[in-house]
Ligand binder design. Structure first.
Ligand SMILES: O=C(O)COP(=O)(O)O
Ligand SMILES: [Mg+2]
Length: 230
């Protein structure tokens, strides 16, 4: 990995930006919705740190992990449909109410746009959660494309969503940089042949982001924009 101060990425025409843990601090939304679901199932609440470590691989995975705290694999599957229905209802009801936009996000998106880059948001969050959240935060207008975890046949860390964006934009993967907070984003980008930058402030499954193979760690999206040129 290059030292951030010497890192530059040139020949970049588009950026693919992750949502949870990269643009928005959504952990408090997950915390509220998961615990309302758990209350419906007469389960005790979990602390925010435990829930946050389970975020990143989509809603179905999150449900299995938060049920797995109490149940073995068979019981998890038995309770899964009720848990998912309850969680979706509660998440929709509070989506964005407890979230905040991280510092440097708006400025970073502005800077990337002013460099002439096209922007896509690729998240493992379901699309029916992702678009209203981006709208509420005022970030939706920056993006030419938004793909959720259920928009395409495969989700990150599979490279498919990133390759789909490259194809949609008519660009080679080497002309595209992915920016995200987790190993999912980095693995998807590496497998697609895209460049990748990580931010250190998000949710990397409770693991240090420094162990993830990327082209560099940037402290904000604005710092990322400063390193990128067309
Ligand atoms: O909802 C998730 O599992 C994480 O979503 P992300 O891909 O935006 O980090
Ligand atoms: Mg993320």
């Amino acid at each position: 990995m290059n030292a951030p101060e010497r890192l530059t990425l040139s020949g970049i025409r588009a950026a693919i930006i992750d949502l949870d843990g990269t643009m928005l601090h959504t952990a408090p939304d997950f915390h509220v919705a998961v615990n309302r679901m758990r209350a419906d199932l007469t389960l005790d609440p979990l602390d925010i740190g435990t829930i946050t470590h389970f975020v990143g691989k989509g809603t179905e995975n999150l449900m299995r992990r938060v049920l797995g705290v109490d149940y073995g694999p068979e019981e998890v599957e038995r309770h899964f449909p009720a848990a998912l229905a309850s969680y979706e209802k509660h998440y929709h009801a509070i989506n964005g109410d407890y979230s905040s936009v991280y510092p440097g996000v708006r400025e970073g998106l502005e800077a990337l746009k002013s460099k002439g880059l096209r922007l896509a948001c690729v998240t493992n969050k379901p699309i029916s959660f992702a678009v209203p959240l981006l709208d509420k935060a005022g970030l939706r207008p920056y993006f030419d494309l938004v793909y959720g975890g259920d928009s395409l046949p495969k989700k990150k860390p599979d490279p498919y969503p990133l390759l789909k964006v490259c194809q949609d934009f008519g660009l080679q993967p080497a002309q595209v940089v992915a920016i995200g907070d987790s190993s999912n984003d980095a693995q998807a980008a590496r497998a697609a042949g895209c460049k990748v930058l990580n931010v250190p402030y998000g949710y990397n499954h409770g693991e240090p982001i420094h162990n993830v193979d990327s082209d560099g760690i940037v402290s904000t999206l604005l710092d990322a924009a400063h390193l990128i040129s067309a």
